[in-house]
Design a protein around this ligand. Structure first.
Ligand SMILES: Nc1ncnc2c1ncn2[C@@H]1O[C@H](COP(=O)(O)OP(=O)(O)OP(=O)(O)O)[C@@H](O)[C@H]1O
Ligand SMILES: [Mg+2]
Length: 245
């Protein structure tokens, strides 16, 4: 595979300048500048309450109370995936995937997206008939069908068991290889970040405390020798010492 850096184009998909968000006078995001190049797979780490979801919501255009001294630009086609699948229980899986889409070949695209995430044959299942991992696959299919230029994912694997998580990592990376959206993946998990992403950001006290490019070939295993050093730097940025592990 060609190095991913060759895929990056000059125009950033996301551009934030002076992004600030406060809640009741408490500043959560403090004058953030950030560019996400088109097609880059970026992970966002930070302690609970550090503002990761707040930043994601701002980029998704879901937060109308952010202020910025400058620009907040993001692509038109943005998909968001959350920790829970948010499938509507009264609609079958394919109908959930198609929600809000139209066009005469929409159903066909929905079927293709379900096949891509390994849910071929489950189109007519009800959401409560799916396992947690399958429901997250359906949520990924729902985001794919919109052909997003930017995929925002807020701890999408946070509720899954370890084995299912690893399978989902492989799937997400494969989908990214095939479709090349810009990805911003919020996670608590340092290993998830360094196995999946080519750039890892650490949010700390309202700022991007560390911006690390991960240069190791894919697919990466958790035990990849190159990843140890990145892991240490990220844990240090998060204030986690060896004693805490
Ligand atoms: N609507 C809101 N009203 C008041 N405070 C809020 C609101 N949304 C977020 N906050 C506060 O902003 C801070 C950042 O919240 P956010 O949800 O972005 O954190 P997070 O990094 O995503 O945490 P976690 O890892 O636990 O999901 C928290 O202190 C939270 O209480
Ligand atoms: Mg959050």
């Amino acid at each position: 595979m060609a190095p991913h850096t060759q895929q990056l184009t000059a125009a950033p998909a996301v551009q934030l300048r002076g992004l600030t968000r406060s809640f009741d006078g408490r500043t959560v995001l403090d004058d953030i500048d950030l560019d996400l190049p088109a097609g880059q797979f970026t992970a966002l780490l930070g302690h609970s309450g550090s503002g990761k979801s707040t930043l994601l919501r701002a980029i998704a255009g879901l937060d109308h109370e952010v202020v910025g001294s400058g620009r907040l630009t993001a692509p038109e086609r943005v998909s968001v995936v959350f920790q829970d699948s948010r499938l509507l229980p009264w609609r079958r899986v394919l109908d959930n995937v198609l929600l809000g889409t139209n066009g005469k070949d929409a159903a066909e695209k929905g079927r293709e997206a379900l096949a891509e995430v390994g849910l071929k044959g489950r189109e007519r299942a009800w959401p409560n008939e799916l396992s947690g991992g399958e429901a997250q696959r359906a949520a990924l299919a729902r985001s794919l069908v919109r052909e997003p230029e930017l995929l925002l994912a807020d701890e999408p694997f946070g509720a899954l068991d370890a084995l299912t998580r690893i399978r989902m990592h492989v799937l997400l990376r494969e989908l990214w290889e095939r479709h090349r959206p810009s990805v911003l993946l919020v996670t608590h998990d340092v290993d998830e970040a360094i196995v999946l992403a080519d750039r890892v950001l650490v949010l700390d006290r309202g700022r991007i405390g560390l911006d690390l490019t991960i240069e190791a070939p894919h697919p990466r295993s958790y035990r990849h020798p190159l990843l140890g050093e990145y892991r240490e730097r990220l844990l240090a940025a998060l204030g986690v010492t060896e004693d805490h592990q």
